[in-house]
Design a binder for this molecule. Structure first.
Ligand code: NAD
Ligand code: TYD
Length: 341
């Protein structure tokens, strides 16, 4: 099969490229990515050595370029990771999020309709459900939880999900959707909580925790997410929707302390800064459907995954030094400013 991975030069997409090349050497993987600040060709250096891999630079909102891609590669499957993915940036530039995360999905699906594909898979997020209260630990997001978004990012992802379901119902497009909890692991862009805290701790810089740090996220090692998507593509029914998560809830402050302990750094580096606007309190996934229908189980425990992730950042200094120069340095200065000096 020819599998197009859009957004494959980013965090989860690149991990998925490597997962597919290793697990399904018979398939050809084509990464289509605009290389925004979050996309990085160095991440795909090892994949470039494989005759089963091709990189195409292009934007999912560029109809003509998408058309060329479909003519050249005749994809059987499209897995769409391409998105603007950072909540804080969506608060600053919502228009860009709507353009990429909604219009881009429409353009990809129109190409799928025109050329015919076996499956269009939309990589979505648990953030489409909004948040859960901190004092009701028995509440979880299921696939039937109503959409109730908080940020321009999550609203754009929820809009895309609705459009994907509309294309299935109206045009019979074979689609699937996965809604995953927060991922962590190698190649995670350092604007996100876990890599940001690892890199700041390594340089003895303050660790900016929003508000009291009591917000809860449900962390999943990225390879487990890739395995779930792979299963859904190959075994999930057309039109299906699955939540993905491993029941691994942690308060932000606890995650930060685990990282500091692992690196032998003092908790005095923690700096409580102004809270994020509209900050979601708690995310927690019920993954029962994926387990019972497709037999998926997460393989990596948080203790192992976080150690592996920290070791990866220690061993790949050149990678993160490159991605944190340029645009990111300006973003960091503007977003955190004096609070972390
Ligand atoms: P990321 O920001 O690391 O990567 C996004 C990639 O998309 C980059 O390579 C970027 O260059 C590319 N891209 C952006 N705009 C594009 C465009 N217009 N055309 C083509 N390529 C474009 O994001 P990520 O964390 O890897 O997330 C991937 C997907 O998974 C997103 O759709 C996100 O909503 C979803 N998701 C992420 C998480 C998480 O914890 N990171 C959890 C659940 C779901
Ligand atoms: P993030 O990695 O941005 O993922 P998301 O907002 O999609 O869950 O943030 C994870 C949590 O960490 C979230 O509650 C916000 C918090 N956070 C901080 O406290 N400080 C930071 O500098 C960042 C980037 C996030």
């Amino acid at each position: 099969m020819n599998i197009v991975v859009t957004g494959g030069a980013g965090f989860i997409g690149s991990n998925f490229v490597y997962y597919e090349l290793a697990q399904h050497p018979e398939d050809k993987i084509i990464c289509y990515d605009a290389l925004t600040y979050a996309g990085n060709l160095e991440t795909l250096e090892a994949a470039m050595q494989s005759p089963k891999f091709r990189f195409v630079k292009g934007d999912i909102t560029d109809e003509a370029a998408v058309e060329r891609l479909f003519i050249e590669e005749k994809p059987d499957i499209i897995v769409n990771f391409a998105a603007e993915s950072h909540v804080d940036r969506s608060i600053e530039t919502p228009g860009l999020f709507l353009h990429t995360n909604v219009i881009g999905v429409q353009i990809l699906m129109d190409a799928c309709r025109k050329h015919g594909v076996r499956r269009f898979h939309q990589v979505s997020t648990d953030e489409v459900y909004g948040d859960l209260p901190l004092d009701r630990p028995n509440l979880f997001f299921t696939e039937t939880t109503p959409l109730h978004t908080s940020s321009p990012y999550s609203a754009s992802k929820a809009s895309a999900d609705l459009l994907v379901q509309a294309y299935h119902r109206t045009y019979g497009l074979p689609v699937s959707i996965s809604r995953c909890s927060n991922n962590y692991g190698p190649y995670h862009f350092p604007e996100k909580l876990i890599p940001l805290m690892i890199l700041n701790a390594l340089s003895d810089k303050p660790l900016p925790v929003y508000g009291a740090g009591e917000n809860v996220r449900d962390w999943l090692y990225v390879e487990d997410h890739c395995a779930a998507i792979d299963l859904i593509l190959r075994k999930g029914k057309d039109g299906s929707l699955y939540n993905v998560g491993g029941h691994n809830e942690k308060r932000n402050l606890d995650v930060v302390k685990i990282i500091l302990r692992a690196l032998g750094k003092p908790e005095s580096l923690i700096r409580h800064v102004e809270d994020r606007k509209g900050h979601d309190l708690r995310y927690a996934i019920d993954p029962t459907k994926l387990k019972t229908e497709l037999g998926w189980e997460p393989k990596t425990k948080f203790e192992d995954g976080i150690r592996r992730t920290i070791d990866w950042y220690l061993a790949n200094r050149a990678w993160w030094e490159h991605v944190t120069s340029g645009e990111y340095a300006e973003y960091y200065e503007k977003h955190y400013g004096a609070a972390v000096k």
